[in-house]
Design a protein around this ligand. Structure first.
Ligand code: GLN
Length: 472
């Protein structure tokens, strides 16, 4: 069920919320997507105060890196397993004021670092379309719960593709708006220059509703923008006549999966039929291949700095030891998983005084070149598009990927373009590849979310995959 449908029936809010909670609880055995359940009773008692809100009575799930006052917020890391924030993130207030009812906090890759959701402290999240497959990450719990029809909306965060990749794997819409469009106050950070908050929904129209609630300036977040918030719901018309769509040649050249390309080409044909001008455009290949290494440096360096306070003394579970130095070492060694520890080593190395210039700063310069390359394309096109994943969700135990192949380097990592630039980017389901969902990713210009959602709606109209059911 979509938000739009729910808003038509305000007679049965309470039943619907408890139904969603029960469904979430029942799904736990299969999906393992929830870290903490939230009792909706008190929230329902205050519903009268938010009558007419854009999310009135809509059950919503939050990624577990969103701070919730009095409710455990672990970011799926052992070091934060007992952390209970004393304040709410700004987006929590905004959604509550719009009438949303929170029913759970969802699993994620530890501290949002990862793309599989296999690294969560509570174990892997499974894909509702096939329980042997991964949900993708890092916002995998949110993606899986929206895909399973538990809730029509869930919050995610996206530093490299962590909303848009799991959206592709789970067959839902995943929106990452412009940097600064949604407040990050109260979100446990990963990489401050790349982190974005966004959402999963079951249709493009619902994404527009969600964004209208979430967007806007927040004095508590100095990176949040003063740019006025559009009326996104009105912008979603699916009218693409004369719109210019660039297809990323480098990405499609690197994809050898016929079923994925068939879905993708069918969407492009549909857009052409609706009057869009669809052209294949090449980006500088060397720059695209530099995306992942530059990303890893910037993201891991920033993460290392951001998480230096998770030391068992200032924040995080404390492991007792003789000296404060030993407390820190023990708390961090036992509190973080192996992948996180590896990333902190990379991050620290890039931040050593003697390495900063040739690693961290160099990666920032490469990022600038990549942003200029994207600007070149967007100066002539409304959006650029590419498949959001090469194939459907991999099996949980699939470790067979060659991470240095073109397929992986270019075709699995191009969505970082949206984080390097900060431009709005959305994944929309485009069909099934070998029985599993795959999405198309569209990226537009800064603060043109209305236009992006309008074109995304045309994609949804072409595929007919609004409110996609498991087994569709
Ligand atoms: N998979 C990427 C990483 O591991 C992206 C994560 C994200 O967007 N949070 O960093």
């Amino acid at each position: 069920m979509t938000i739009v449908e729910m808003l038509k029936d305000k007679e049965h809010i309470e039943e619907r919320v408890y139904e969603a909670l029960e469904k979430a609880q029942k799904s736990q055995k299969d999906l393992n997507a929830v870290v903490t359940f939230i009792d909706p009773k008190e929230q329902l008692e205050h519903l009268d105060e938010v009558k007419g809100g854009l999310l009135e009575g809509v059950p919503v799930i939050l990624k577990d890196n969103v701070s919730t006052k009095g409710i455990k917020t672990t970011a799926s890391s052992k070091i934060l397993e007992n952390y209970v924030p004393v304040y709410d993130a700004t987006i929590v207030k905004k959604m509550r004021d719009a009438g949303a009812i929170f029913i759970a906090k969802s699993s994620m890759d530890e501290l949002a670092m990862g793309g599989t959701n296999l690294t969560a402290a509570t174990g892997p999240v499974r894909n509702p379309h096939n329980l042997e497959c991964m949900s993708g990450g890092s916002s995998g719990g949110s993606a899986a719960l929206v895909a399973a029809g538990v809730v029509p909306m869930a919050i995610g965060s996206d530093t490299g593709d962590s909303i848009r990749k799991p959206a592709s794997y789970c067959g839902v819409v995943g929106l990452k708006p412009t940097y600064g469009r949604i407040s990050r106050y109260g979100i446990i950070p990963y990489s401050s220059s790349l982190d974005h908050v966004g959402c999963f929904t079951r249709s493009v129209k619902d994404a527009a509703i969600a964004l209208e609630v979430l967007a806007g300036r927040d004095d508590f977040d100095m990176t949040s923008s003063f740019e006025p918030v559009e009326h996104y719901i009105d912008a979603v018309k699916g009218d693409v006549a004369g719109k210019k769509v660039a297809v990323l040649k480098n990405v499609i050249d690197a994809i050898d999966n016929e079923a994925t390309m068939q879905c993708f080409n069918d969407v492009l044909d549909g857009l052409r039929t609706k009057g869009a001008v669809v052209e294949v455009v090449e980006m500088n290949e060397a720059l695209l291949k530099a995306l992942l290494p530059a990303y890893y440096l910037i993201a891991n360096c920033e993460a290392t700095a951001n998480h230096s306070n998770l030391d068992g003394i200032r924040f995080g579970n404390r492991k007792d030891a003789e000296s404060s130095e030993e407390i820190m070492i023990k708390s961090r060694t036992e509190g973080f998983g192996p992948l996180i520890r590896k990333r902190f080593v990379i991050g620290s190395y890039g931040l050593f005084v003697e390495n900063q210039e040739k690693l961290f700063r160099q990666a920032q310069r490469v990022r600038r070149l990549i942003v200029e390359e994207v600007n070149r394309v967007l100066s002539e096109y409304d959006v650029f598009v590419a498949p959001a994943s090469v194939s459907g969700a991999p099996k949980l135990d699939d470790a067979s990927r060659d991470q240095l192949s073109d397929t992986y380097l270019v075709a699995e990592n191009h969505m970082i373009l949206g984080n390097f630039t900060g431009y709005p980017s959305i994944t929309v389901p485009m069909g099934l590849s070998d029985g599993m969902p795959v999405g198309i990713c569209l990226t537009g210009s800064a603060f043109k979310e209305g236009e992006l959602l309008n074109i995304a709606q045309a994609v949804e109209d072409v595929t007919g995959l609004c409110d996609m059911k498991v087994g569709d």
